[in-house]
Design a protein around this ligand. Structure first.
Ligand SMILES: [Zn+2]
Length: 471
């Protein structure tokens, strides 16, 4: 019967109000939840049972897919001579050399493998901040959306939900500095980028699993005028993502040329609200922190990448206390695991403040939702991450996407623990294999007992692509 095809029974599931018992999940043929019913006394015949506790899938709000192929290859001192240091900018030189070599086929293979890794880690949606648009010579491909479409198709093949954000990269620095030669694969005008988006959108129309938005790369790569033109060409509810203040050097350059810090500059000139995701809002002063929280925009935090690149620490406690929205992303993909992102978010605070449970909220503490760090950060990242995707995801609730994870209840991080300690175990314990056993997107089981349905073939293709890139 069709009911069993589109329903699942869970002994425990994490609903918007917290852990509930005996939950019946039902969804339609398009992959959207139609009913989520706790305290179900009689399970309808033929309905399968989840292998463990069910959590909503986590959105990954920031990804540059091709950078997955560089992970682990830049962890050495490249600069020589006394006093020379490696930093974000020296890493960027290496990244540009990699970007110069990627082919459409290579990108497809790298992206598909990356998205499989994301799904296995419990990311069920990804926002792809896609900026390599042109041939290695900097010319348009015959089919102008060639590279972006490869990424969209890789997402569809893997089963992850996608928000494709074609990136406007126009200048190499504040004051409309002309682009550098090694940025030639990225460069567009607002008009040419909107044209590319239109082409892609007609070839791959939006669906429950696919949404489009736009991403001005950073304030150093666009001007106020080009940003206005770009946003005027976007539909009124589509998501907008931007790298905002990752490096102190870009904050200094913004102050020097524009007379304001990046977050302040943006908030003063544009109607920044919950459609916006400000990625790497790392360097914000006290007034920017409060203003950003008040705007309703999502701060896109990519802790493992920010740590890897030596970016700095976002003032998470002040921002969360001001009810700011957050979400997490794996960005450069040095790690692909939302559990590490949440752990590092808290650990950065612990190490600098010499305190514990910094990002928990003691105020009005009636439940584990606020007193347990993991629960608070999980809830916040689900809500903010879902907003950043522009898709109906991030909760086990009728009308949302049928995306979830099934935990292994026998895993040593949660076995014998009460349900209110499960998220703490999942986020903070690092013991053995992942506690995430199965993963569903749009109601389809894409990961079964820690194996993705296309794992072997996709990994073989990834290795071919990587070998080619490293030749
Ligand atoms: Zn980025």
């Amino acid at each position: 019967m069709t009911q069993s095809k589109h329903s699942l029974f869970a002994d425990h599931a994490y609903l918007p109000e917290g852990w509930r018992r005996h939950v019946l999940l039902e969804w339609d043929a398009d992959g959207n939840l139609t009913a989520v019913t706790p305290d179900t006394t009689t399970v309808p015949a033929g309905v399968p049972k989840a292998a463990g506790p069910v959590l909503p899938g986590m959105p990954n709000l920031h990804s540059h897919a091709f950078q997955r192929a560089m992970a682990g290859l830049t962890e050495y001192r490249a600069a020589s001579g006394s006093g020379a240091t490696d930093n974000f900018w020296s890493w960027r030189e290496l990244m540009y050399r990699f970007a110069a070599r990627i082919t459409p086929e290579g990108l497809a293979s790298v992206a598909q493998w990356l998205y499989i890794e994301m799904l296995k880690a419990g990311y069920t949606s990804v926002c792809e901040f896609h900026y390599v648009h042109h041939t290695p010579q900097g010319e348009r491909y015959g089919y102008q959306a060639e590279l972006a479409q490869r990424v969209v198709d890789a997402a569809a093949q893997s089963g992850i939900g996608m928000t494709m954000l074609p990136v406007l990269y126009q200048y190499s620095g504040f004051g409309a500095k002309p682009p550098r030669e090694d940025q030639r694969r990225f460069i567009n005008t607002p008009e040419s980028l909107l044209d590319l988006l239109g082409t892609l959108r007609s070839a791959r129309p939006e669906s429950g699993a696919l949404r489009y938005g736009l991403a001005p790369h950073s304030l150093r790569a666009v001007s106020a005028d080009s940003l206005r033109t770009l946003l005027a060409g976007l539909d009124a509810s589509a998501p907008i993502h931007i790298h905002i203040a990752e490096q102190t050097a870009e904050v200094d350059a913004c102050v020097e040329t524009e007379g304001a810090r990046p977050v302040q500059w943006l908030l003063d000139r544009f109607d920044v609200d919950s459609r916006w995701c400000l990625v790497h809002a790392t360097h914000v002063d006290a007034s920017e922190t409060l203003a950003l929280a008040k705007s309703g925009a999502v701060a896109g935090l990519c802790l493992t990448t920010e740590a890897n690149l030596g970016d700095g620490l976002f003032p998470a406690q002040e921002y969360l206390d001001a009810r700011g929205r957050i979400g997490v992303g794996s960005d450069s993909h040095i790690g692909v695991d939302w559990r590490s992102e949440l752990r590092l978010l808290e650990y950065g605070q612990r190490l600098t403040r010499r305190q514990r449970n910094v990002l928990a909220c003691a105020e009005g503490a009636q439940s584990t939702r606020t007193t347990h760090v993991a629960d608070r950060l999980f809830d916040a990242s689900l809500e903010g991450g879902a907003l950043a995707t522009g898709r109906a995801v991030g909760a086990l609730q009728a009308g949302r996407r049928a995306d979830w994870l099934v935990l292994d209840a026998d895993h040593s991080s949660i076995a014998e623990h009460a349900p209110n300690a499960w998220l703490s175990g999942v986020v903070f314990c690092e013991h053995g294999e992942t506690p995430i056993r199965d993963v569903y997107t749009g109601g389809d089981k894409v990961v079964d007992n820690r194996r993705h349905r296309d794992e072997e073939g996709a990994y073989a293709r990834y290795r071919v692509a990587l070998a080619e890139l490293l030749k």
